[in-house]
Design a protein around this ligand. Structure first.
Ligand code: WT7
Length: 657
């Protein structure tokens, strides 16, 4: 673990800048009283209970919180609700059936507008269809889909039945998909023939077939594959396993009575990278998760469901898509845009066209996307009328002040507060962010823990650090949307998050508070990389590399990258007795191999063939030295190295490139 956290230069550069909320924004904000922090602190459980009461409970809870052990937390445990009822039915019952739920824009330019009434019909049909296919409470359903309305319908239908969805990002490889399907024991896979991305068709069904073929010989948990027709590309349907979604769903009734499930009924598993080669299946449950996703939608995004057009650009394959495309917005009856494709298709004006066309008022995206738009130049964005925007959001990594200012000026027209939201797959929902009607914005800072949330910066021994010293970020009290466990691996859950500090949850992030109480994130302190706001594990990429027959050993590190925040760099030792790759061709072949094993997001940007890796005498790879060498820094203390000449060879090789 790298505890050598220095204060980040970009934070100091930004320290003088501050943006108090405009009077106009403050006057209309959902949260206007700064006393909210004090009120929540006086009785956090009552604060969250009140937020939970904004949902519809078939059976109201009487007990707000129950903790058995620090890592065993239950929220609203005697309450019962149905997640899909909360996201769809209750809005229709409240007379809002005509309100638009989804404004879908496909990459080729096709559009669909879906009202809450229509969504209600589709979710009920889908629930009946899944039930007929044998999906029951607690069963796992894998969803491997493009960003289309059926994906949202599928998630809600699974939730409606009290079953558990596991959405796998459509960019993941057959091998990654296989591992996730099997780990969760999914009996059903929902996919599409293809999805549109960068003007091409991503052949999702083919990848599902490949994933299930990898199981050859071993029993697969999968009984059926439901295939949505999206692109019309040719696919092989294997009877009786594979079924067309569109043909099946037509045969089902549009009425499905939602059953109430306990607040702690599992809602979804979402795999995320950790410090080992095996992704962690983060498990979230129902009542607490929906409470915080919905609450932060109102407080942080200042959502006005009657008038806002909200757009979160995240894919549903990530936690941002779960909480701020599906559950948070829909629980509040929001109207939102969902876009299938990439920001540069047919060209880089696409996003701004969408903002103008739909009159988007709230835009939530990632710093990497803002930096990409910045590189293209402000003229492209300025050709569009972006005056509908009133609030901007950022997530995934710290936003550098330069990108912050560009976002503020060029996209937000100096009018829109930017909410920099810090959270994680494990936290389920936003934990730290400004409250836009109250907070004076500091570019680059995630500002402050939300009301009812308590974050502290601790040292390695768990002692609180005084500002502005950097340390480890921990959540010291429980919160409703916290992960409940790692699917099938309670022990790993405890070891990863709870053993370090005893009572407090360890985030894996370094951070510091400044004297004003603003929170500055300093990046991961474990072997987890953040590439374009997506989490990757060095160990996972290393184990993919050593799967290759020509590879003897591999070490992976993150290197700073202007576009993606961090980029993957790999150092590889080839086997001496192999004839598969030549050292010249190895980088191309091996980076491609990683993309095939894990997915394109994991493809190393640099791959260097080296004769040896820097190791301690006990054989542990010293990644710190590789990081320094890659960054062109002088190599620090090498006294623990078994062979001190190794790093010189590598440094020479890097500078010789
Ligand atoms: C990690 C979580 C939360 C959805 C997207 C990523 C980093 C996230 C911020 C932010 C600084 C951030 C952290 C965190 N991170 N948001 N606003 N400022 N860092 O979810 O894949 O679970 O990754 O992303 O390092 O631990 P994730």
């Amino acid at each position: 673990m790298n505890l050598n956290i220095e204060s980040h230069p970009l934070h100091d550069a930004a320290a003088e800048l501050s943006y108090p909320p405009s009077e106009e924004f403050a006057r209309q904000a959902n949260v206007q009283d700064p006393g909210i922090y004090r009120a929540a602190a006086a009785d956090p459980l009552e604060y969250w209970a009140e937020e939970a009461r904004q949902l519809h409970w078939h059976k109201p809870f009487t007990e707000v919180f129950y903790r058995d052990k620090p890592h065993q937390n239950e929220w609203f445990r005697d309450g019962e609700l149905n997640i899909a009822f909360n996201c769809v039915d209750r809005h229709v019952l409240a007379g809002l059936g005509d309100r638009t739920a989804l404004l879908f824009e496909g990459e080729p330019g096709d559009t669909r507008s879906i009202s809450y009434r229509e969504l209600h019909v589709e979710v009920q049909r889908a629930a009946n269809m899944l039930a007929a296919l044998g999906v029951r409470q607690g069963d796992r359903v894998a969803i491997y889909m493009p960003m289309i309305p059926e994906t949202v319908v599928a998630m809600l239908a699974v939730a409606r039945l009290g079953a558990i969805h596991s959405v796998v990002f459509g960019g993941f490889s057959a091998e990654s998909l296989r591992a996730r399907i099997n780990d969760a024991g999914a009996k059903l896979v929902i996919t599409a023939d293809g999805g549109n991305r960068k003007g091409r068709i991503t052949k999702l069904k083919d990848t599902v077939d490949a994933a299930l073929r990898l199981d050859a010989g071993e029993p697969s948990p999968v009984e059926h594959v439901l295939v949505v027709k999206r692109c019309g590309n040719e696919v092989t349907m294997q009877e009786p396993r594979d079924l067309w979604w569109d043909e099946e769903i037509m045969t089902y009734d549009a009425e499905h009575r939602p059953q109430a499930f306990a607040a702690e009924n599992p809602l979804f598993i979402l795999y995320t990278s950790g410090t080992t080669g095996k992704p962690k299946g983060i498990l979230h449950t129902s009542g607490g998760y929906l409470t915080q996703a919905a609450s932060t939608m109102r407080g942080v995004f200042d959502l006005k469901p009657e008038t806002d057009i909200y757009w979160c650009t995240a894919d549903v394959g990530w936690i941002t898509g779960h909480s701020y495309v599906v559950y948070g917005p829909l629980a509040n009856g929001a109207t939102q845009v969902i876009y299938e494709g990439s920001p540069d298709t047919p060209d880089w004006s696409r996003w701004w066209q969408i903002v103008e066309k739909y009159g988007v008022t709230i835009l939530y995206t990632a710093p990497t996307a803002i930096r990409a738009a910045m590189r293209i130049g402000r003229q492209v964005a300025q050709q569009h009328d972006l005056s509908s925007l009133r609030l901007l959001g950022s997530v995934g990594e710290p936003i550098n002040p330069e990108a912050w200012r560009w976002y503020y000026e060029v996209i937000g027209g100096h009018r829109c507060p930017i909410v920099d939201t810090w959270w994680q797959t494990e936290t389920g929902a936003i934990m730290a962010a400004p409250l836009p009607g109250i907070t004076t914005l500091r570019p680059g800072s995630a500002q402050r823990a939300l009301p009812g949330i308590y974050l502290e910066v601790l040292d390695d021994a768990g002692e609180s650090m005084d500002p502005p010293t950097g340390g480890l970020l921990a959540a010291v009290t429980p919160w409703p949307s916290m992960a409940r466990t790692i699917w099938g691996d309670d022990q790993r859950f405890v070891e990863t998050y709870w053993e370090r500090f005893g009572d407090a949850y360890f985030t894996g992030d370094g951070a510091r508070f400044d004297e004003e109480g603003n929170l500055w994130l300093l990046g991961r302190v474990d072997d987890v990389l953040n590439v374009s706001g997506h989490r990757l594990s060095t160990a996972e990429i290393e184990s993919a590399l050593v799967e290759h027959h020509a590879v003897a050993e591999a070490a992976v590190i993150g290197v700073p990258d202007e576009a993606t925040g961090e980029a993957v760099a790999a150092f590889v030792i080839l086997k001496t007795q192999q004839q598969l790759v030549t050292p010249e061709d190895a980088p191309r072949q091996l980076t491609q191999f990683v993309a095939e094993q894990i997915g394109a997001i994991a493809r190393p940007k640099q791959l260097l063939i080296v004769p040896e890796l820097p190791k301690t005498r006990s054989g542990k790879i010293m990644r710190r030295l590789l990081r320094d060498a890659a960054a062109g820094k002088s190599i620090g203390d090498t006294t623990t190295l078994a062979d001190t000449t190794v790093i010189q060879v590598i440094t020479d090789q890097i500078s010789g490139r």
